[in-house]
Design a binder for this molecule. Sequence first.
Ligand code: 5GP
Length: 222
Amino acid sequence: MTDEPDPHPDQPAHYPRLPTDTDNGLLLMISGPSGVGKTTITRGVERSIADSVFSVSCTTRAKTDADVEAVDYHFLSNDEFQKLIDKDAFLEWADVFGKKYGTRKKWVDEQLSRGRLVILEIDVEGAKQVKAKVPDAFGLFILPPSEDELLRRLKSRKRESDELIAKRFAEAKREIAEAKACNAYDKFLVNENLEEAIEEAIMIVKAARLAHAMHSDPNRTQ
Ligand code: 5GP
């Protein structure tokens, strides 16, 4: 992974223009508690919007058999992650369940400058940091239909111990309360039925992008 910090952070970075570049960049943050279906919804949005790109985060958590390096995450040691923090290479980073997760600033900047829909799948703490730095970033938070249903889904994944499920459930309730209380999210979407939630998320994102483009250029008609 190459992610050197910008040597001239005070000047706007210049990326050679590509034929596919547009002025339609939007930073999209998708969050939600574990078990809510957010990864499936995120990948659904990514697949259906042609110029979208998914930000592969850096993490210090252990790679599982289901993970693919550089597709799901860049798996880093604590030292490697700390070096990137020291170099101010992250747009945001947070501690989630005792492991660090962070979004590479330079990569996001370049994709936005190319007019892409840049998708971050991050936690509430990270979303708050992004919204403070990039106020026109769009935040979408995925909610379970009810707390009981969330607990049922967490149990049905059968990949964690009862103790860990209880921890994730408590954390989920705390995260939902915090998401509603902070101003990082523009929309809350209830995932009652996965297929419908994906379709709704795609519509929300397309509308947000149009609104963002109109706001950036009021003379624009489409
Ligand atoms: P998991 O390890 O289960 O893939 O992710 C755990 C949590 O970390 C999820 O809530 C996920 O959204 C969050 N996460 C993943 N990448 C990032 C990131 O770059 N920044 C922040 N703040 N959270 C992240």
